[in-house]
Design a protein around this ligand. Sequence first.
Ligand SMILES: *[C@@H]1O[C@H](CO)[C@@H](O)[C@H](O)[C@H]1NC(C)=O
Ligand SMILES: *[C@@H]1O[C@H](CO)[C@@H](O)[C@H](O)[C@H]1NC(C)=O
Ligand SMILES: *[C@@H]1O[C@H](CO)[C@@H](O)[C@H](O)[C@H]1NC(C)=O
Length: 345
Amino acid sequence: MKKHYFTLLLLVLFELHMMSAILAKPLGAPGILSRRDLLSGSYYYKTCPAAEEIIFRKMKAWFRKDYTLAASIIRLHFHDCAVRGCDASILLNYQNSERRAYASRTLRGFQVIDDIKAKLERYCPKTVSCADILTAAARDATSLLGGPFWEAPLGRRDGKTSVAKEADLVPQGRENATALIKFFQERGLNILDLVVLSGAHTIGRSSCHSFQHRLANYKGTGGPDPTLDRLYWRNLTQSCKRSSNFVNLDATTPKTFDTEYYKNLGKKKGLLSTDQELYSDPRTAPFVSTFANQLPDLFYNQFAVSMVKLANVKVPTPPNESEIRLNCNYVNPAPRKKVNPPRRG
Ligand SMILES: *[C@@H]1O[C@H](CO)[C@@H](O)[C@H](O)[C@H]1NC(C)=O
Ligand SMILES: *[C@@H]1O[C@H](CO)[C@@H](O)[C@H](O)[C@H]1NC(C)=O
Ligand SMILES: *[C@@H]1O[C@H](CO)[C@@H](O)[C@H](O)[C@H]1NC(C)=O
């Protein structure tokens, strides 16, 4: 009874925290949508009522073939929203687009979104944006992994601009807590959102390259990172004979969407420095220990809230700079201009 009350209290506090973040949003800066352009839970109700059903069925089929794609889609969605807002700019595929950036080299799941888009174009052509597909797919990926389900507000449009240099600003695993907090705050996301969304590392893998600096001669000390458990370190050294190898982000339950990730941080078993930092930094640590010690429901509820917030990150764009893409990989071809036949003299 007492525990329940405490959980409820925490939730209320978190909501208040969130509200204040929304109200504090500076105008014109990247951030959460204003009330005027709030997305809707029934956006495709008239124009494509089967949209979310189609997305879910496709996600389920891909998940059955390869469950690791679920984590990849959640990550892809984060990389989309973290740069220019959630506008599917990460999906554009040409020289110097975000997708071709160094920080994007281990992103996967593009074929899943293409497959969903192809099907939706048959059912309701030119209607469902690639940005919305990615958001709904990330939500479905979470629930397929055993995590929470939530109503995902839809109605985004796809951007026409994608710049590799901007994608390289997305945290890559070595940043300190201050840099992480700043990166999130610049997008209208607070410290709680940072800790909760990092909880997506309860599933998924990382390439050894992202944490190899922790294994030997850490910061020139000659030894490994002292915040790394000794036995875990030994395992990682074994697994990382090549820096292109992959290791589970959650050392104990890598296939389940649970709170083990937070518990592992308390045992010095965070894989990336950006994970372990959350445990040691006084600004993030209270949230980490709360999620580690409370029932998973607290984490699930807040994960849903922070994912909706993430999906609402928007950068204001003039109407001519967004569209419903026909193919998620490319900006739509410009409408053909009427060309007057050359005059004969
Ligand atoms: C954190 O990283 C930023 C950017 O790399 C750097 O400027 C800052 O000095 C670092 N802060 C600490 C406390 O290490
Ligand atoms: C190291 O790997 C072994 C075998 O995979 C596993 O049983 C053990 O729990 C791991 N130890 C740590 C500290 O992660
Ligand atoms: C949109 O319109 C602005 C101003 O008219 C123009 O500068 C810009 O290039 C246009 N963008 C696109 C993608 O056509």
